[in-house]
Design a protein around this ligand. Sequence first.
Ligand code: ATP
Length: 220
Amino acid sequence: MSRPRLGLLGGTFDPVHIGHLALARTARAALHLDALRLIPTGASWQKSGVVASPAQRLAMLQLALAGEPGLIADPREIERAGPSYTIDTLAELRAEVGPDTSLVLILGSDQLRNLATWRRWQELTDYAHIACTQREQVPLSDLPAEVEALVSRVGCETLPDAPAGSIVLFSMPPVPVSATALRAAFRRGERPAELVPPAVLDYIERQNLYGTGSAGSVND
Ligand code: ATP
């Protein structure tokens, strides 16, 4: 197969954690991606309560991906003014890579369930395939009706030799971690070193992110 395949994984990455890395590595192998771009959202239109700045979230992602072959931090949504809509990112990337490259948007099941709230969501598959995996306790069954209808229409067993247009599922071993739970753990004064890459933990502590610099927690 000669058609290049580029994977895309958007997220808040507040902070990036081992669940994101497992998802990226698994997707890259399972879907035979030549490369995978991880794209931190700039101004998130869906999530309130984002804590780290865009520059800090990008810096953490770059630290996490150092030495990860084929995984690339892509700052385009942070550099773009206005809310970060995935459809705009896909249109931009399609214009860059041309009509032949396969674009594959990677989603956890929480995001797939949410898909019908995304801007121009029914056009996403005009620009890319969607590849989804189950996330911990969030099932891939009993999807909202309109998402189920899209999956029934364009769902495939494996990615076809086409630049866009299909939805596929792939499996990965569950990695029970979320950025929300991590931020809460830091605020409680815990040090969840097994859940974030060491360089990211170091950055969080140096930048006093997520309450890590609060009085009482230093140099006891
Ligand atoms: P938050 O807890 O703040 O909502 P998050 O941990 O869900 O954050 P995001 O940056 O929103 O992280 O996630 C980006 C993408 O990574 C989404 O598609 C999400 O489904 C997926 N993802 C996040 N954590 C995991 C995980 N533990 N296992 C599999 N996929 C994950």
